[in-house]
Design a protein around this ligand. Structure first.
Ligand code: BES
Ligand code: MN
Ligand code: MN
Length: 456
């Protein structure tokens, strides 16, 4: 039976199974969902075993477990590690979902549910592609699955687990489907991911909330101070003002920048899609460069004072913000967190005190385009999309990729099938049925090409 026949025959069941996984609210950030996260891990384990894995283990960590499974057919053959995550981002704000986040439905050929694209739908393509290769007796190399439950909260425990399991993670390459393509008729392969420094800050003024009339005008307002401090962290060219921030940033050559800017991109379409009249960013760089090769600093949340119904005249005692910085080669997350922290403290006026709490971080990566694995992926996509994929530099982060390189000496291939418009992390996240099935069709070809090219 051919791959396409197998997919056509089992398509309905594949989707039903994915729906079952999507119904489990495996939100890693919120401890009230811990039993659901555990249930999602069990589900992946069962499905990997059903598909034909030799062994599958649920490996506990200090946080959520890692599902690890193997199918070893011949130790002389190459080995592929498939990495993905079964945890999802919180569904909030839930009232903005057209249909409930954990009740998947198909509308307009798209599967709507939290995690449909990021990353359950893409992980499940691998489970089904594996089943397909087992059933059609076409698995050409060994495969190891490492599906974690803490990616969306920074993979704090995966690093230790990888160090403790170096031996059994012996492999030739890591294959990850957790990124996007440019469009369904424009396949692409991400060859870079940004790093991350994520920080929470707290600004404290008076020792208690005050009456904004009795004290207002005479005491520093922590919310105002925080806003001013944050605003000062970018200059008029949207250049970040933290001393030393750009020191390690790798500048691309003119030729490399020209190449990157050849990526199909329609600015009018981009603005229209986002409902904005103008774009915004660092002077001297295009939108593709601003998200692909330049670091940035974004405010993710800010709060303090009274935000309930009606009004309350209050001069708050405290203000808070969550701030993330996306990093590019060769910035170091630790170093940037340190520079931020030092700078933030140095610009605080005497009228307040500040605290800086680092959350999590991750290093930027660039993956090779001249490797056997990249060629295998590129060929596979060309075979199924009918077009050679374009290498792109993604703006998102998968911090664990740099860690795999460091700890295991293994490079990753980022063969994702999502679209930037899939609303990952947002209300109404969705994933195209086309993309789900295209993934299942392409993955076995990656294995086939990788095994064949590795022989040469
Ligand atoms: N799958 C995403 C990363 C991604 C999305 C890469 C789209 C490329 C294109 C991943 O699940 C994610 O959301 N990562 C977080 C980092 C993490 C430490 C919370 C991110 O990028 O914000
Ligand atoms: Mn993801
Ligand atoms: Mn994500």
């Amino acid at each position: 039976m051919t791959t396409t026949d197998y997919i056509r025959t089992h398509e309905k069941r594949f989707l039903e199974e994915l729906f079952e996984l999507l119904r489990i609210p495996s939100v890693s950030a919120d401890s009230k969902y811990a039993p659901d996260v555990a249930r999602a891990a069990e589900f992946i384990k069962t499905k990997l075993l059903d598909a034909g894995a030799d062994t599958v283990e649920i490996c506990p960590t200090k946080g959520h477990p890692i599902v690890y499974g193997e199918k070893i057919i011949d130790l002389k053959l190459p080995t592929v590690i498939v990495y993905g995550h079964y945890d999802v981002q919180p569904a909030d704000p839930v009232n903005l979902w057209e249909t409930p986040p954990f009740e998947p439905v198909i509308r307009d050929g798209k599967i709507f549910a939290r995690g449909s694209c990021d990353d359950k739908g893409q992980v499940y393509m691998h489970v089904k592609a594996f089943e397909l290769m087992m059933q059609t007796k076409s698995l050409p190399c060994n495969v190891k699955f490492m599906i974690e439950g803490e990616e969306e909260v920074g993979s704090a425990n995966l690093g230790q687990w990888v160090r403790d399991n170096k031996k059994r993670l012996a492999a030739d390459v890591i294959l990850i489907s957790d990124t996007s393509i440019l469009a369904n008729d424009l396949p692409s392969l991400e060859v870079g991911l940004r790093g991350l420094s994520y920080i929470q800050v707290e600004v404290s003024g008076p020792n208690r909330d005050l009456h904004s009339g009795v004290y207002g005008g005479a005491v520093a307002n922590p919310i105002t101070v925080l806003c001013e401090m944050i605003a000062s962290m970018k200059d008029k060219n949207n250049h970040i003002t933290i001393p030393g921030f750009y020191d390690a940033v790798e500048e691309l050559s003119a030729a490399e920048r020209t190449e990157l800017n050849k990526t199909p991109f329609d600015l009018e379409e981009y603005k229209k899609d986002l409902g904005i009249s103008d774009i915004h960013g660092e002077t001297g760089y295009t939108t593709l460069e601003r998200t692909g090769i330049r670091p940035t600093l974004e405010l993710n949340g800010i709060w303090g004072g009274y935000i309930g119904e009606g009004s309350k005249t209050v001069l708050p005692s405290k203000a808070f913000a969550k701030i993330s910085m996306r990093l590019v080669p060769n910035q170091s997350s630790e170093k940037i967190t340190e520079l931020f922290s030092k700078h933030f403290k140095s610009i605080a006026p005497k009228s307040v005190t500040v605290e800086v709490h680092p959350h999590h971080g991750g290093e930027p990566v660039v993956t090779p385009t001249d490797s056997v694995a990249f060629k295998a992926a590129s060929m596979a996509m060309e075979q199924t999309f009918g077009k050679k994929p374009i290498p792109t530099r993604g703006g998102g982060s998968i911090p664990i990729v740099a860690l795999f390189e460091k700890e295991l000496g293994l490079k990753s291939v980022l063969m994702g099938f999502g679209l930037d418009s899939d609303l990952i992390h947002s209300p109404n996240e969705h994933y195209g049925v086309f993309n789900f099935l295209k993934g299942i069709e392409t993955i076995p070809l990656f294995f086939e090409n990788f095994a064949a090219l590795s022989k040469k």
